[in-house]
Design a protein. Sequence first.
Length: 496
Amino acid sequence: MTARRRLRSLRTRLLVFIGVTLVAVCATMALTMVFVQRAYLLGNLDDRVDNAAERSLGGAGLHPELTDDLSFLLASGHPTGMLAARLGDDGDILTAEVVRQDARPRALTDAQRAALAGVRTDGSTHTTTVPGVGIYRVTVAESDGVRVLAGLPMDDVQHMISGMVVVEAAVAVAGLAVAGGICAVVVRRQLRPLDRVAATAAEVSRAPLDRGEVTGLTRVPARDTDPASEAGQVGAALNRMIDHVESSRTARRHTEERMRRFLADASHELRTPLASIAGYAELMNRGTDRIEPVLAWRRVSAESARMTGLVEDLLLLARLDEGRPPQSSEVDMAALVAEAVWDARVTGGDHDWQLELHLDDMPLVLGDGVRLHQVVANLLANARVHTPAGTRVVAVVEARDARCVVRIRDDGPGVPPALLPRVFDRFTRADTSRARATPDSGGSGLGLAIAAAITTAHRGRIGVESVPGRTEFTIELPVMEEASAVPAARRSAASV
């Protein structure tokens, strides 16, 4: 099992693959060199055999009638070990001798002559083994009825080839050892980034991701995140994954915190009217001398209505969170905002309400008119509740470039900078920073959250900018494609 695991290692598999490849390449090169050298040496030997056969044929042609005459072997220039034979018309060996060094040629035995008898007289060079003498390359030459067989030993060629094989094998083994060592070092060095990436991944896997705050996880070093290399790509991908894990865990933690805060705020908002209802009911149970029944029922009804409104707001937010599409109808935003401003003037007569229309196109929006009216009404109510008497509130409607923009602007004290990033969160209040019109005019902190959710459901955007003396909420909604154009002259500001 351990050996199999080792073979599964990328380093081991690379070394095995490279080693096998080097062995195959070296073996192929060595065999090729051996075959080429052998062919070259045999070709050279065959040329010498042909020359010896021609000389022997010339010597035998001097006395063609003497079929057993091999006296030409006594002439100088014949190499030691050369054998020659005279052949009859039927190819039989008539006489055969082998040249010896510093001695007369020696006649071949019958067994040796029998080994030469099988040589074909086709003019080609053949290899044959002569007992007691060795392996020979032989050929038969013929001219004017004279046939001569000549051959030279292959001992020198075989010794040279054997020595070449030994040398090439030794060089190949040494080269393979050196190349294998270099490859092992190179592979080990090149895989070190992967080892560091694996170590980082192992360290991250030991982090307590299931509990606590996940921050400061170990990252792959910058040197191991070069996208030009495969190891760098893996390291960069691991860093991105770690960043995603941290951001996801942080977002989840923030979501859980918001959920806990939401549940606590909702519980508090619901507990207050429930406590009032329970208190008045307890007083009524004890008798009517402590409190008038009409006043008690009036307070119970008021708290019940307050609790009902809060529950309806929460249900609306829940439906919007589920992504339910709003009802679709043609909505004239200019008329809708004008109605909302008229309503605001009725409930907030101590404020200065203004309406401005800047229209290049008809401000027709496809959506739920009731909900869009609720968005504008919430923003106007927010301006009324959180600004002192005499504050000027301006509602602006713009329609151009296929967008309808509604701006609610006031010159009140503004939103505190610490509250501005979460002004659209649920149960967010500005009680401590923006003056209320009356002590009891505060809401549940869901108005702006509902406005943001409805705007998003209509594929729009909502934002806020605030500094002391100027606060502006902006709503952007897409205009219907079939909205017709109006004269380019803009309408001037109109007081309401």
